[in-house]
Ligand binder design. Structure first.
Ligand code: TNX
Length: 615
């Protein structure tokens, strides 16, 4: 079955050489895709027509993508076409980008026609054009396959009419437990853009570090961004190192990231945690806690009793000042105020909190939390923005205009939608990309859980039991990457990819077209592009599992190898050597004698990870 290896090459050849069309491997799958015969050749002489001045940035983006393949940039032709008019006059040898307003096209929708001698890409907004460009980019070969400076690259003739199913298609990144530099954050944003995701949820403050410069309170980063060590190893072992660890982003860097994302039609949603997960802020400003401190920036993971004092007015002054700077930096409609995992221990005995409860007529600490969030909401609403918080903000009564992020299962999201509040779904079961994605025996240490790429792909964001109107409040979903156990950019990529591709398709493509087999085939095709982009994706999809029957005591067990269907063949060795295509192919139970080790891997479009079973 060696020919599996050459499948992508064969496909490319079929398209380029004979004109025979196989459906291309676009992720997420477009709503409507019709193949035509023949190809369109793009060379340096191909012109990119920018139909309206508003599309200059999109034209430049496409130009740069083509330049990296062709070794030189195709020229831009500036035109001034009337947006309202259906005026897609094609010009041979060109790629036309055109805004068509006043059409029925949804805001992020696009229509792409690749003909023999021209391409036309139309949309109602620059965002739609940008998504269409991502489709073109996915259709292009990789530099590795054509070499840089290729005289021509070929696109299959086709038409696409595409639009997203959900408005909120997000990925989250925790930069507090471990810090990630701007350069990596941009690479992460590039990945979101490739799969037409449009929200980057930036988790900027937590117990283990405050990562965003606030001009009015410089101690937040001078003190709050640095801890004196970090927890490592399995959580239960509670082992810590003593290395000073930290980092933060200047406001200039934040603006740079926001602009970088905006150029890719991605909104950056900042998260400032309150009232809990606040130890780094309290360490910098101890008077904001109930006891007055001193507090330590946490080395370890978990939930901590010291939180912002809900009784002192100075807490609200501080947070409103912080949020004012945050609002200036982030144009996002939604500002995330955290709200999760806030123990009420300190509030129960704090005289300031008791006085607040009495004065405001609050019957318990949940109502005090609700008071806290409502007060913050007023400030944010007054500046024309909306708050979003983790589903704990439902407890004690939801703030009037708050949106909810449902992480503890789907109940929070369901309850919020029933109360006519907007919701982003991210239940741990399907959307936590810090969870294991394969057998823990063959994976790097993770926080726990088990979410395979297939499981994420099977996720349905609209919970059962909602009316159509309530379902309309589900804005979409996002994948969360908490980084307690993720210390490097490569590891973030490993945890996020390919699960984020599965979620991207769940959120973009029509529900009735979702097909795991088709997705996996397109994903396998995509691995070459991910290699070219130097993305350290996980191959856990290809994990081989060992099932045994019989008794080790009697010196013989029967071992069966299993794997996800349709990925290739399993080959194995029993002499400690690394399995290759040439090794015996597994097709029936291996009788394992004595204490030999079976090593096995799947060989398909790519070679999987080698797994071992010790007898
Ligand atoms: C719960 S999800 C948390 C985070 C942790 C995460 C680990 C949420 C709102 N809170 O603080 O990092 O679990 O999976």
């Amino acid at each position: 079955m060696r020919h599996f290896l050459f499948l992508p090459l064969a496909l490319a050849c079929a398209i380029a050489c004979t004109g025979q069309q196989a459906p291309p491997g676009i992720i997420p799958l477009p709503k409507v895709l019709a193949m035509d015969s023949g190809t369109f050749a793009i060379g340096r002489e191909t012109g990119i027509i920018i139909g309206q001045a508003e599309l200059e940035p999109e034209g430049a983006f496409l130009q740069a993508a083509l330049a990296s393949l062709l070794g030189a940039a195709p020229g831009i032709i500036h035109e001034n076409r009337t947006p309202g008019a259906a005026d897609p006059r094609a010009v041979p040898g060109t790629i036309l980008l055109l805004l068509k307003t006043g059409t029925a096209l949804a805001p992020e929708a696009y229509e792409l026609g690749i003909g023999h001698d021209h391409i036309i890409l139309t949309a109602a907004t620059p965002a739609g054009i940008f998504h269409g460009i991502q489709t073109i980019i996915q259709l292009l070969p990789t530099v590795a396959s054509v070499g840089s400076g290729a005289p021509r690259v070929f696109l299959p003739c086709l038409t696409v009419a595409d639009e997203p199913r959900f408005a909120w298609r997000g990925m989250h990144l925790d930069v507090c437990r471990h810090f990630f530099p701007v350069q990596f954050v941009k690479k992460y944003i590039d990945l979101l853009a490739r799969y037409k995701m449009n929200r980057f949820h930036w988790h900027l403050t937590d117990d283990q570090g405050w990562r965003i410069e606030i001009k009015k309170y410089p101690k937040l980063t001078e003190v709050g961004a640095w801890r004196s060590g970090s927890q490592y190893g399995p959580y239960s072992e509670r082992t810590y190192d003593n290395e000073r660890y930290g980092g933060s982003y200047t406001q200039e860097q934040i603006r740079e990231v926001v602009a970088y994302a905006a150029a890719r039609h991605i909104t950056v949603v900042p998260e400032i945690e309150m009232p809990g997960h606040a130890m780094a802020a309290l360490a910098a400003h101890p008077h904001l806690g109930c006891t007055g401190g001193p507090y330590e920036i946490q080395k370890g993971w978990g939930v901590f009793d010291d939180v912002f004092c809900a009784g002192k007015d100075s807490t609200f002054t501080f947070l409103e000042d912080v949020l004012s700077e945050v609002l200036d930096l982030f144009p996002s409609d939604h500002i995330h105020i955290g709200g999760d995992e806030c123990p009420k221990t300190r509030w129960k005995t704090c005289p300031h909190c008791r006085a607040r409860m009495k004065k405001e007529g609050l019957k318990d600490e949940h109502e005090l939390q609700s008071y806290f969030i409502r007060r913050i909401e007023k400030h944010v609403n007054a500046k024309g923005r909306q708050i979003i918080g983790w589903d704990e903000i439902l407890e004690g009564g939801l703030a009037p205009n708050a949106a909810v992020m449902s992480w503890r299962g789907t109940e929070g999201g369901t309850a919020a939608a029933r109360q006519k509040h907007d919701v982003v779904m991210c239940p741990g079961t399907h959307c936590y990309f810090d969870h294991y994605q394969g057998d823990p025996a063959h994976e790097p240490l993770a926080i726990g859980g088990f979410t395979t790429v297939q499981k994420t792909y099977a996720y349905e964001p609209i919970p059962d039991g909602l009316t159509a109107e309530e379902a309309g409040h589900i804005m979409g979903a996002q994948g969360n990457v908490w980084t307690e156990y993720i210390t490097t950019p490569d590891h973030v990529e490993y945890m996020a990819v390919p699960r984020m591709l599965a979620l991207a398709e769940v959120l973009w493509s029509p529900k009735d077209q979702r097909d795991e087999g088709s997705f996996i085939r397109r994903l396998e095709n995509e691995f070459a592009a991910l290699d070219a982009l130097k993305v350290h994706y996980s191959k856990s999809l290809y994990n081989v599992e060992f099932k045994t029957t019989g008794s080790k005591k009697r010196g013989q067990v029967n071992v069966e190898l299993t794997c996800a269907p349709g990925l290739g063949e399993m080959h194995y060795t029993i002499d400690d050597s690394e399995p290759t295509y040439a090794s015996p192919k597994f097709d029936y139970t291996i009788e394992q004698r004595a204490s030999t080790t079976i090593k096995a891997a799947i060989f398909g479009v790519i070679a999987g990870v080698i797994a071992a079973y010790k007898g």
